[in-house]
Write a protein that binds this ligand. Sequence first.
Ligand code: HEC
Length: 166
Amino acid sequence: MKILLTLIIISHNAFATDELAIKKIKEFGKILKKELKAGLKKSPEKAVEICNLRAPEIQKQVSSEGVLIGRVSLKNRNPKNKPKDWMKDYINQFHANEIKKAYVTAKLENGKTGLLKPIRTMPMCLKCHGSNIDEGLYKTIKSKYPNDKAIGYKAGDIRGFFWAEY
Ligand code: HEC
């Protein structure tokens, strides 16, 4: 009986809560921003390399304790950051300003919980996501992301979303 109960609890990730997911998202954002800033101090090209190599690594690092974490955008730079089906309606509602909460949660078909939290564009993001990107820098970006769509943003725009599944 004890074993059965434990199995049920594990299969439902009863320990993974919204709070834990938000904590992990914040950690992900904090590490990314810190490394991005350190990279930008060296050069924008260095910072692109960091986003390219480190973003997926940090994503894996913070995905633990039954919580998967990632980033998506309707205009994604990395093709892996395309929204999944369950996210699309929520994302459109956030962009239409129909959801004003800091984040939403959803029950997924597999019984898990999904969470989405918008990421706002800040002035420092425009160097690589704005409408006036340095030509040489954009060549570097395009060489790594030939199908890049993540440009033309203004400060304050929703650049994308952190997501969690647990
Ligand atoms: C030095 C250039 C650079 C700067 C500055 C930069 N980014 Fe990015 N950004 C990238 C690169 C490169 C990727 C692709 C990362 C990957 O492969 O996962 C990316 C990906 C993203 C993604 C994931 C969705 C997608 O488009 O693939 C989000 C969200 C994002 N950036 C938000 C921001 C925000 C918010 C800021 C400002 C705080 C910012 N970025 C600053 C280069 C940059």
